[in-house]
Design a protein around this ligand. Structure first.
Ligand code: FCA
Length: 333
């Protein structure tokens, strides 16, 4: 009786041990390479496309990509634990908060995993980028400049007088790439002769449609005298939210020029609407290449010991109703 109990207890302990932290060691060396692809907003078309591109590369080259949505810090850390338990050798990440940098680095180290960042570069406790983590993202200020220039050009084309126009700058100052993008747009707008006094800050809480809508609505109500608006933000989702807020107040689409960044599903849907809306265009960047190239960098690092480039900056192209299909094709989105 006593002996049987002992056996049972030992058996139970053994299976727990196998299932938990030692699972990594149980993964056989000849198993195909597994990596993770973690994104902060798994429902956003940009990120869906990045993960799709990573998965396609894995299918082509014989490795597995585990796609995980990690909207908060806790989910990021448990996703890394989960990947570690599955024997994954590394991951690509766009984190929900860039200040998670040191925590993510420490957790990856526990499992001896390599990782690279995509889109949003991680920072340390003093706000400096984590220089030892390879990054691939947009050339943020340049793409911001393109947004501002596109708005200035379209204002000219419509014959708008800058002094009669309000600019809604939807901002997220906690995310460095977001700040660089909107600062870049503002700089180009000012350089075109737009009055500084007519630029209004609309801080957003989340970098999506809802965040854009909630940021813009109160600013619009504070300025009922302004009849024409231009809108920009870190991405097209936020700009679309802003455009929806103008529609709510019955401001005609012809009196709004919204220009976003990304070039993904929501912009395509907008360009396919029968009547043009206040969403004029977007600076399209290849989410396909972001997903594919960041994954390739990570895989080469794991399998060949090839150190990825420290900081890759990608470029964008203005996409509007008249050329969206062509630009989409050119960028392989
Ligand atoms: C940030 C934004 C995304 C996308 C990406 C490249 O993460 O939130 O919408 O623009 O950069």
């Amino acid at each position: 009786m006593r002996n049987n109990f002992k056996k049972l207890a030992l058996g139970a302990i053994a299976s727990v041990v196998l299932a938990a932290p030692f699972a990594t060691q149980a993964v056989r060396a000849d198993e195909p390479l597994k990596i993770g692809f973690l994104v902060k907003m798994p429902e956003q078309a940009w990120f869906i496309n990045e993960q799709k591109a990573a998965t396609a590369l894995g299918k082509q080259d014989g490795f597995t990509v585990v796609n995980i949505g990690t909207p908060d810090g806790e989910k990021v850390l448990s996703a890394i634990d989960n990947l570690g338990a599955q024997g994954a050798k590394g991951f690509v990440i766009c984190a929900p908060d860039v200040r998670l940098g040191p925590a993510i680095r420490a957790r990856a180290k526990q499992y001896n995993m390599k990782f690279v960042t995509v889109d949003d570069q991680l920072v340390d406790s003093s706000g400096k980028p984590l220089a030892d983590v390879p990054h691939l993202g947009m050339s943020a200020s340049k793409i911001g400049n393109q947004v501002g220039q596109a708005i200035a050009d379209e204002m000219k084309h419509r014959g708008w007088k800058p002094e009669e126009v309000g600019a809604l700058q939807i901002t997220d100052y906690e995310l460095p790439t977001a700040k660089a993008r909107t600062d870049g747009a503002t700089a180009a707008l000012l350089a075109s002769g737009f009055p500084q006094a007519n630029i209004f800050n609309a801080p957003q809480k989340t970098t999506d449609d809802e965040g854009g809508f909630n940021a813009v609505s109160p600013v619009l109500s504070q300025h009922p005298n302004i009849k024409k608006w231009v809108i920009y933000a870190l991405n097209e989702e936020s700009v679309l939210g802003g455009v929806r807020a103008t529609e709510q107040l019955h401001i005609p689409g012809t009196d709004v020029i919204g220009v976003g960044i990304n070039g993904a599903g929501e912009a395509f849907a907008e360009f396919q609407k029968k009547e043009p809306t206040g969403f004029y265009g977007t600076i399209a960047v290849s989410s396909t290449n972001h997903g594919k190239d960041s994954t390739q960098n990570l895989v080469d690092w794991i399998t060949k010991g090839k150190q990825p480039p420290a900081d890759t900056q990608t470029t964008g192209k203005l996409m509007v109703r008249s050329n969206w299909l062509q630009v989409r094709q050119d960028l392989g989105i």
